[in-house]
Design a protein around this ligand. Structure first.
Ligand SMILES: [Ca+2]
Ligand SMILES: [Ca+2]
Length: 124
């Protein structure tokens, strides 16, 4: 991810197939507030689903449309320093929470859209 300024990162990626799952790792510190959002050029396509996981693959937060239109937004207050993972998929491919890392997270659903999206990460 490219750093745009202190604590702010931006990248572009794409859901190449309806069941594509894009996963990123980020190191966060206790006391951080992290805000992750998708920012699509076309607000409605792809219809992103965003999820945040701890280092074991436990689901901490899942969001579909809080970012406006069909875009996703998660704000999370970090209580434990360490590695976290977040993933972007398309609606309605939600994580099941059934599998933990290194095998998980599992996404048994079916996505319904493809296309490029922007991803913003702000650590404050
Ligand atoms: Ca992808
Ligand atoms: Ca969505």
């Amino acid at each position: 991810m490219a750093k745009t300024k202190d604590g702010e990162f931006h990248t572009a990626a794409s859901l190449d197939s309806p069941d594509d799952v894009d996963v990123w790792r980020v190191n966060l510190h206790a006391g951080d507030t992290v805000t992750i959002s998708t920012d699509n050029e076309d607000d409605f396509n792809p219809d992103t689903v965003l999820a945040l996981f701890d280092h074991k693959g436990n689901i901490l937060a899942v969001d579909d449309d809080s970012g406006g239109a069909f875009q996703s937004l998660i704000t999370y207050d970090v209580t434990e320093t360490g590695n976290y993972f977040f993933a972007v998929t398309s609606f309605a491919n939600f994580p099941s929470g059934g599998d933990k890392f290194p095998d998980g997270p599992s996404y048994p659903g079916f996505g319904g859209s493809t296309g490029s999206y922007g991803l913003d990460l702000v650590i404050a």
